[in-house]
Design a protein around this ligand. Structure first.
Ligand SMILES: [Zn+2]
Length: 1023
């Protein structure tokens, strides 16, 4: 949301906002109550007639806030279903301006944004005083502002003006993913609360008695740490598990803490009666000293005893590399936090749970580092999140490399799985994955329009990686100079991306390519195509730019795989030849140190003439999830399977690594069936095209093939069993949306299916029946809770000759599935299916059929999909053409979605439930509102209409069907057993005919992920 006034860019100005806040904590009712006075100075070159205010505690007021909507889009309904008593809000607001009651109103769309209309315009250079009482009902810990019992995280807690700058007003609702933008000023804050609270806060503590109180706490903590250290280790281990941190009762007497903070844009405080306190002092090169505090509870002692040291080390590191820390103190507190691993506020950061010294150091450093990137360089985090998170992550990683070495990013994965020499580093793999599958949202985008993965990998990691790339391309000292100058020029201001770019340029850095990595989806992909040696031992290397992004690249001369020397070069469009100075080398490699982001590494390596060729150009591996940068990988895995006709099947899976996403992804799975001695198998290939701009996200061209036996279980008389094969080329287009919960795709597929039949006495198939089915589909889904839906519209056709007759059909179908969650993880599911033959040469045929071998009407709609009616062979059936036994009772919940399985439609009565004309169905199922241990029951009810017009001459069966029963949903609904209880009379007749009074024969089963290909599963996993 941005109110754009046409103000010329370049007229930089900045408002000044001073705050005087006086509040009392009521820890019985979890409220703070008090008043706030805001001195607002208009430094814009023109007058203002309104002031936009953020009333962010109201984000937790109800389910109609942008915060709640975002959590639902991101798949969390915790806040949506929270009891009203856990929610929060800001009450008692009564704004006055310069002592006179003000006119103000809430934004109609956002209850956490308000607007004060000024009676008198606020002239340029003038100051007004805005005053209001306020009461904050503190919510439970859902996001940042909140409490866990009497541990308080007081953030985004007071009414605060939005930023007004050269681009206009920036009112924005509070969000979980997506941070902030605020005006600088001074804070004077008085907090009254029970005496035994320990408080970490923005600002300098002015209350002497409280300074003594903290000093005493620090001494007590030291003593406690010493006694803990003396205890034997085994007891320590025990203690860690059993120590709980009960909340002591609140003191009845109160104290008032007074804080002052200068030149900050926010004020946060954290209060807990259990905090231990550790203090350290940072020493800056300028001679300045900074008090560093860590506050934590006793159960965190193990890692947190070094907390203040980590704060100090981070303060010193950032001061040295970016610019001096400007404030008198820095505090890190450990607290419950429901938004990320940590959260930053000026001078104070809150850190969630961490499990090691390393992680604690990392998170503290990151959050302390935000004092620079956003605390001092106060960019608009919501619209340009890379300017704080990305820049800060770069320095955080540089800090980690300094103190822990280069190789700390790979999470100690086993080398066989992840070898940095062959696979780069894990973060790089993550960034490349997004680029290769088209999920690489530019980091310079509103945070609310990014998936969670893109926010983490693109904003934080890609930016950090690209800055390191820039640093190495220009040299560390030149890079540092540029960054220090940027800091000096923009400290305590609001820099925009253009300002960052200009700061780089002003210091002689070619920054255009870097800005493209932030604002576009372009990738660099230099490839080394030729090498020739000169007489003086220098080399001419030809490098071709295969990517759209032209960015500096490095060439490393290698000898026996070891780095000899590395040089950086500037790219040109297409290809150029570069001179590499005299060197002893047997190979050259681009991006050998993985400092750049190179879309494809496998075109980076070249051997010099005369170098010994390596024996194996391809690597064969059992487990190969990640691409090897140096050579192609063939993964080989054994597989085992079985079905009713093939019996036991054993085979080999040949595949290429799925990470970080291949342009051509494939697997081949040949196998042998021991039950009927036949070759079986499946294969899937897909080729991805990723447009670098526009609304198309991905275009995938695929080819799927499979062949198994589908009839005639081997027996004494029938030894061989016949089989089917299917080959399906397809093309799918997926679209982008700024709504992260929306998915939209269109697909065409052609299926060429062959079925063996007419077995002779020896069981050898005499003929193969062929059908060709083409289909096109449009899919739209919205994953947002609490009512996610999925819509599929399909058009399908077949055309075939049957003896002398030419037949064809064109059928239209639509499926709508929607879940209505009425409790967390409990929903009512509603599904509609409708199908109609737009054209059907056999519409009035006296029977229905599905497949080519049935030699009858093909493509009929079914109320219940069984093996024989899955004529496109999409689902996996254990006994595709069985009428009895376990295999015969498998049903696939498609088309009409009914759960019965009566076997082949041999007779007219068997045709019941199918239609060559029109079929409509509705399916209802629901979770019970309570759990019965061991009995995952979901009641269901299906109703449908199958037009049996073609039977009407000799059949009076009504066209309406219904059936209700219970589903036992095992394995989270992936394996379902259906128990029908009540049925329409026509179904009851069929049940009676086929089950002979045996209820167990009415029971059917289904599996959820029935038609998922391994690559489909992999695709879902990596998206
Ligand atoms: Zn951060």
């Amino acid at each position: 949301m941005a109110n754009l006034l046409a103000i010329a860019q370049g007229n930089y100005f900045q408002q000044k906002v001073n705050y005087y806040i006086n509040v009392t904590l009521d820890d019985k009712n979890h409220q703070i109550n008090g008043d706030i006075t805001i001195d607002y100075t208009n430094n814009a070159p023109h007058e203002l007639t309104e002031i936009w205010m953020h009333i962010w505690p109201n984000a937790f007021k109800n389910t109609h806030t942008a915060y709640c909507h975002q959590t639902l889009r991101q798949g969390s309904d915790k806040f949506y279903f929270s009891p009203k008593t856990d929610r929060g809000e800001c009450k008692l607001l009564d704004f006055s301006v310069n002592g006179a009651k003000a006119t103000w109103n809430y934004d109609p769309k956002h209850p956490d944004i308000a607007r004060i209309t000024l009676q008198q315009p606020l002239k340029s250079g003038q100051t007004i005083q805005i005053k209001t009482p306020f009461l904050v009902q503190i919510p439970s810990s859902f996001s940042r502002l909140g409490h866990v019992e009497t541990s308080y995280q007081m953030t985004q807690w007071f009414p605060k003006p939005a930023v007004f700058d050269q681009y206009g007003w920036h009112p924005m609702p509070y969000l979980n993913q997506g941070e902030f933008f605020s005006e600088f000023g001074n804070f004077d804050v008085k907090i009254t609360l029970p005496e035994n609270y320990i408080v970490g806060a923005t600002g300098l503590l002015m209350t002497n008695s409280e300074k003594d109180f903290l000093a005493t706490k620090a001494i007590e903590t030291q003593q406690l740490l010493q006694t803990l250290e003396k205890k034997p280790t085994q007891e320590k281990g025990k203690r860690r598990k059993t120590v709980e941190d009960p909340f002591p009762a609140s003191a009845t007497s109160m104290k008032t803490l007074h804080y002052q903070a200068e030149n900050v844009h926010d004020f946060a405080w954290f209060a807990d009666k259990r905090f231990l306190v550790v203090k350290d002092t940072a020493q800056l090169a300028s001679g300045k000293t900074i008090d560093c505090w860590a506050m934590f509870t006793q159960s965190d002692v193990k890692h947190w005893k070094k907390g203040a040291f980590y704060v100090k080390r981070a303060i010193e590191f950032y001061s040295k590399h970016v610019g001096d820390y400007p404030w008198p103190q820095a505090t890190a507190v450990h607290s419950a936090l429901s938004a990320g691993g940590g959260m930053e506020y000026p001078m104070v950061t809150v850190i969630g749970n961490t499990d090691s010294d390393y992680t604690l150091d990392q998170v503290i450093t990151h959050e302390v580092g935000h004092n620079w990137f956003y605390g001092i360089l106060a960019s608009n985090e919501r619209d340009h999140p890379w300017m704080d998170e990305g820049l800060n992550s770069y320095y955080e990683q540089r800090y980690l490399r300094t103190y822990y070495g280069d190789n700390n990013m790979n999470m100690n994965l086993p080398k066989a799985l992840y070898d940095p020499q062959k696979h780069g580093n894990l973060l790089e793999t993550g960034i490349l994955l997004l680029a290769r599958i088209g999920e690489n949202t530019p980091p310079d985008l509103n945070s609310d329009h990014m998936t969670n993965a893109a926010y983490g990998l693109q904003v934080y990691m890609k930016t950090a990686h690209c800055l390191r790339w820039l640093e190495n391309a220009v040299g560390t000292s030149q890079f540092d100079t540029a960054m220090k100058n940027y800091f000096q020029k923009w400290r305590f201001k609001h820099p925009y991306p253009i300002d960052f770019e200009q700061a780089l340029k002003a210091n002689g850095l070619e920054a255009e390519w870097f800005m493209k990595t932030m604002t576009t989806r372009q990738n660099a992909d230099p490839a080394i195509v030729r090498v020739s040696k000169k007489e003086d031992n220098s080399y001419e290397l030809t490098v071709r730019q295969r990517g759209q992004l032209l960015a500096p690249f490095s060439i490393t001369a290698l000898s026996n795989g070891k780095e000899v020397t590395t040089q950086w070069f500037s790219p040109t469009k297409n290809q150029s030849t570069y001179l590499f100075p005299s060197v002893e080398a047997d190979a050259f490699e681009l991006n050998h140190q993985h400092l750049a982001l190179d879309l494809r590494h496998q075109n980076n390596h070249i051997k010099t003439k005369g170098a010994l060729k390596k024996a194996e150009p391809i690597e064969v591996k059992l487990l190969a999830p990640v691409e090897n940068h140096q050579k192609k990988t063939l993964g080989i895995l054994p597989w085992i399977g079985g079905n009713h006709y093939n019996g036991l099947m054993v085979g080999t899976l040949l595949y290429n690594p799925i990470l970080p996403g291949q342009r051509l992804q494939y697997y081949l799975a040949p196998g042998f069936a021991f039950g009927n001695s036949k070759w079986v198998g499946g294969a899937d290939l897909r080729y991805r095209l990723i447009p670098s701009k526009g609304r198309l996200k991905r275009i995938t061209i695929g080819l799927n093939a499979r062949s198994f036996s589908d009839d005639h279980r081997p027996s004494a008389t029938d030894q061989f069993g016949d089989r089917f094969y299917r080959i399906s080329p397809w093309l799918k287009t997926e679209f982008r949306s700024s709504n992260t919960a929306l998915r939209q795709a269109a697909q065409v597929r052609w299926n060429h299916i062959g079925q063996e039949g007419g077995l002779n006495a020896k069981g050898i198939a005499q003929e193969t029946f062929i059908s060709n089915v083409w289909e096109t589909q449009y899919q739209l889904s919205n994953l947002a809770l609490p009512h996610p839906f999925d819509l599929t519209i399909g058009l399908e056709g077949q055309s075939w000759h049957q003896e002398a007759q030419h037949n064809q059909y064109l059928r239209l179908s639509a499926e709508w599935k929607q879940s209505f969650f009425y409790q967390p993880k409990r929903s009512v599911q509603l599904r509609f299916f409708g199908g109609y033959f737009l054209q059907n040469s056999l519409r009035n045929s006296e029977s229905v059929g599905f497949t080519a071998s049935q030699q009858r009407t093909r493509g009929a709609f079914s109320l219940a999909q069984n093996g024989y009616s899955d004529y496109k062979y999409d689902a996996l059936f254990m006994g595709r053409n069985e009428t009895a036994g376990l295999g015969g009772r498998q049903v696939n919940l498609a088309e009409g979605g009914f759960k019965y399985a009566f076997g082949w439609p041999y007779s007219n009565s068997g045709n019941v439930g199918h239609s060559n004309n029109l079929l409509l169905a509705v399916n209802l199922s629901a979770d019970l509102p309570f759990k019965i241990p061991g009995l995952p029951i979901r009641p269901y009810y299906d109703a449908g209409f199958a037009d049996l017009g073609f039977l009407n001459t000799n059949n009076t069966a009504p066209n309406w069907f219904w059936s209700g029963g219970l589903t036992l949903a095992f394995l989270k609904g992936n394996l379902n057993v259906h128990l029908p209880l009540i049925n329409s009379s026509n179904l009851e007749t069929l049940y009676n005919e086929t089950s002979n009074g045996n209820y167990f024969r009415r029971i059917t089963w289904s599996v959820k992920l029935n038609n998922l290909e391994p690559l489909e599963i992999a695709d879902r996993f990596i998206k």
